[in-house]
Design a protein around this ligand. Structure first.
Ligand code: 6PG
Length: 242
C-alpha cells in the first residue's frame, strides 16, 4: 500500500487543502448522482478542518448529497464539551444547510452496547457494502501520541477488532466509555485520510511511516485500506522526524 504523505507548513494550510480535496470528492460523487458518505473524527486537527468547511464551503458543497457519520464518539450527551458530535456541530453543522437525515450521530447518551449495535445497523442501512462491510467514500482519522486512532487504543482485544464493525471501548487513560468503528470498516473505505499536526506526533508518525518495530503496538499502523487509498495530511512539526 503506497502511503501518500502531504506536508503543510501550518495546521491551517493543511485544513484549507483538506477542505479543497473534500469539496472536490463530494462534487465528483454528486456529479455521478451518488451520495457521499464520510466518517468524521474527533480531535483538534479535524476540528480545524470542520471550521474551514463551515466558514468557507457552506454554499459550494452540495451538502444534501453528503451523509455524515462519526468514526467514534465519547459516551456523553451531544451537548457535553467532550462530544465529537457537539464539536462538529459548533464548527460545521450549524453553518451548513444539510438535511437532518444526513447527519448520523452516534448517540453517546444511550447505553453503549445497544447504541453500538444500533449504529452498525444504521451504517448497513445507509451505506453501500463490499464484502459484507459498509464502504465509506472517505474516512477521516486523527492520530494519538500512543498510536491510537478513532477510539481504537493500544492493547485492545486484537488491534482492530476483527469481528465487529462497531465496538464499545474504554479509554485506558481516563476510563471514559466510547463507541468506535473498527479497523475492518476503516480498511474497507475507498479513501482514508489521517490528519496529524504538532511536534508531539512526530515520533509516532515516523514509527508508522517508516514501519519501525514500535508501530506494531499502534492500532493506526493497522489501517491499511484493502482496496482504497491511504493519505496522510501532516504539518511540518509532525513531519519533523520523517
Ligand atoms: C477522538 C478521536 C481521536 C483523535 C486523536 C488525535 O475522539 O479524540 O477520535 O482519535 O483524533 O486523539 O486528537 P488530536 O488531533 O486532538 O491530537
Amino acid at each position: 500500500m503506497e502511503k501518500k504523505i502531504r506536508i503543510f507548513q501550518t495546521p491551517y494550510l493543511l485544513a484549507e487543502n483538506m477542505a479543497q480535496l473534500f469539496a472536490g470528492l463530494v462534487r465528483d460523487e454528486s456529479d455521478r448522482k451518488a451520495s457521499f458518505s464520510v466518517a468524521l473524527s474527533g480531535g483538534s486537527t479535524p476540528e480545524l478542518l470542520y471550521s474551514v468547511l463551515g466558514d468557507h464551503y457552506s454554499a459550494s458543497i452540495p451538502w444534501k448529497d453528503v451523509n455524515i457519520f462519526w468514526g467514534d464518539e465519547r459516551c456523553v450527551p451531544p451537548d457535553d464539551r467532550e462530544s465529537n458530535f457537539g464539536m462538529t456541530y459548533r464548527a460545521l453543522l450549524r453553518k451548513i444547510n444539510i438535511p437532518e437525515n444526513n447527519i448520523h450521530r452516534i448517540r453517546g447518551e444511550e447505553d453503549p452496547q445497544r447504541e453500538s449495535q444500533r449504529y452498525a445497523s444504521e451504517m448497513r442501512e445507509t451505506i453501500p457494502e463490499r464484502g459484507g462491510l459498509p464502504v465509506f467514500d472517505l474516512f477521516i482519522l486523527g492520530l494519538g501520541e500512543d498510536g491510537h486512532t478513532a477510539s481504537i487504543f493500544p492493547g485492545e482485544t486484537g488491534p482492530v477488532f476483527p469481528e465487529k464493525i462497531c465496538e464499545t471501548v474504554i479509554n485506558p487513560y481516563t476510563g471514559q466509555k466510547r463507541i468506535t468503528l473498527t479497523g475492518q470498516v476503516i480498511n474497507n473505505a475507498a479513501r482514508v485520510i489521517f490528519l496529524v499536526t504538532g511536534k508531539k506526533k512526530a515520533a509516532v508518525l515516523r514509527d508508522i511511516i517508516k514501519q519501525l518495530p514500535a508501530c506494531q503496538t499502534y492500532p493506526a499502523a493497522f489501517i491499511v485500506p484493502a482496496a482504497g487509498e491511504l493519505n496522510w495530511f501532516v504539518d511540518e512539526e509532525a513531519a519533523s522526524l520523517l
